[in-house]
Write a protein that binds this ligand. Structure first.
Ligand code: CP3
Length: 351
């Protein structure tokens, strides 16, 4: 491995510079991404084509001095493989033709097989690893069971999560059957990615933050903990670090750190210095620049990067990232400013 800053920081070992990668570093803000997606046909066609998925994974690495690649795919591949009929309507986000809204629909679901049903994702992982040739590590990922379930039960994005929340209150046993199945499916899926070459994995719990504290523990964290416990070592027998990211999870950092994960992803609503005090030396921390800071002037972006590095303070265990994904309207030059600022401003005080 030519650049192992990310893996060292995940193990809380000293590094020369703070490693940086960005959620949604590949995507619509890059004109070359839009061109490749149009060439592929649809977004899912792009995900299913290992060569083109590899191409869009590499695009941000050609422009920016990033310390990791992230598999180009989507969290909704699992429900898609379960037969829910994923489709995208422009401007409205992902939708399902067949949402699962009652016990009977949930009872009919089966667990997808990582190679037989999701082999296109494993092929993409193998293709990307070959293309990276040890330049930077490859991060694999999956959605949390709760976050996947929100899309599966609501049928698409939601503002109030009323169907799944009604199910959580009225019939928690049925919801927990779905979450248990998803936890098994995500465990197999991540183990498949690890076997295919993923060198770290992240679980995206985008909607954990809409739950009550008790609901978060019961319906989201418990299932992520099951996944962490079920992850296997890489083909060389080494532990593969796992990052848990709950958007809106700032109130529960101690509990997240206690799952056995290696790193906790922070959104932009928490102060990273206070977060570090709260989790102590149990885990590394990833984050947490406000994604909207990328709309600001480059001098301001630099300043805000410096603030987060200073708030984290000296010593190991910080992976720089945004508090959520890069948005489509962002100017790619501003991303370059961010990445270069992380490396320049973290060079002195390490780490
Ligand atoms: O980070 C990366 O560069 C890797 C690729 C990646 C995508 N989706 C590509 C994508 C990752 C890690 C994801 C995760 C994902 N997908 C999450 C969790 C992270 C988060 O953002 O909270 C969620 C909730 C999804 C579900 C999903 N898929 C949404 C909400 C959308 C956007 C729909 C829209 O029109 O805004 C997608 C589609 C999607 N996934 C796109 C990309 C680049 C855009 C599709 C396009 O090209 O039009």
């Amino acid at each position: 491995m030519k650049n192992d800053r990310l893996l060292k920081a995940l193990r809380r070992e000293p590094v020369d510079r703070t490693p940086v990668w960005l959620m949604r570093q590949a995507g619509r803000y890059l004109p070359e991404y839009r061109a490749t997606r149009d060439q592929a046909g649809s977004f899912m066609d792009l995900c299913r084509n290992a060569e083109l998925a590899c191409e869009v994974t590499m695009q941000p690495l050609r422009r920016f001095d990033l310390d990791a690649a992230i598999l180009f795919s989507d969290i909704l591949t699992i429900p898609e493989a379960m037969g829910l009929g994923l489709y995208f309507t422009p401007g409205e986000g992902p939708k399902f033709e067949h949402p699962v809204q009652d016990a009977a629909a949930i009872a009919r679901l089966g667990k997808p097989d990582a190679e037989d049903d999701l082999g296109y994702v494993m092929n993409a992982v193998r293709t990307i690893r070959r293309e990276l040739d040890g330049r930077v590590p490859l991060i694999g990922f999956a959605g949390s069971p709760w976050t996947l379930a929100t899309y599966m039960v609501e049928g698409g994005p939601s503002k109030d999560f009323r169907r799944i929340k009604a199910m959580a209150y009225d019939d928690p046993a049925t919801l927990e059957r779905l979450l248990g199945l998803l936890a098994d499916a995500v465990t197999d899926y991540l183990n498949g990615q690890i076997a295919a070459g993923a060198q770290a994995v992240q679980i995206f719990d985008t909607w954990g933050g809409v739950l009550t504290p008790a609901g978060y523990h019961q319906f989201s964290l418990a299932y992520m903990q099951r996944i962490v416990a079920g992850l296997r070592p890489d083909p060389q027998g080494n532990r593969v670090p796992v990052i848990l990211f709950t958007k809106g999870g700032g109130a529960w950092l101690e509990a997240i750190a206690d799952t056995g994960c290696d790193a906790v992803g922070l959104d932009w609503t928490v102060d990273i210095g206070s977060a570090r005090q709260r989790v102590g030396d149990r885990v590394a921390l990833q984050g947490n620049l406000d994604p909207a800071a990328l709309y600001a002037d480059p001098a301001v972006i630099r300043d805000k990067v410096g603030k987060i590095l200073a708030d984290y303070g000296p010593g190991p265990g910080h992976i720089f990232n945004l508090g959520h994904g890069v948005t489509p309207e962002v100017n790619p030059d501003h991303v370059a400013t961010l990445v270069d600022a992380v490396h320049e401003l973290s060079a002195s005080d390490h780490h």
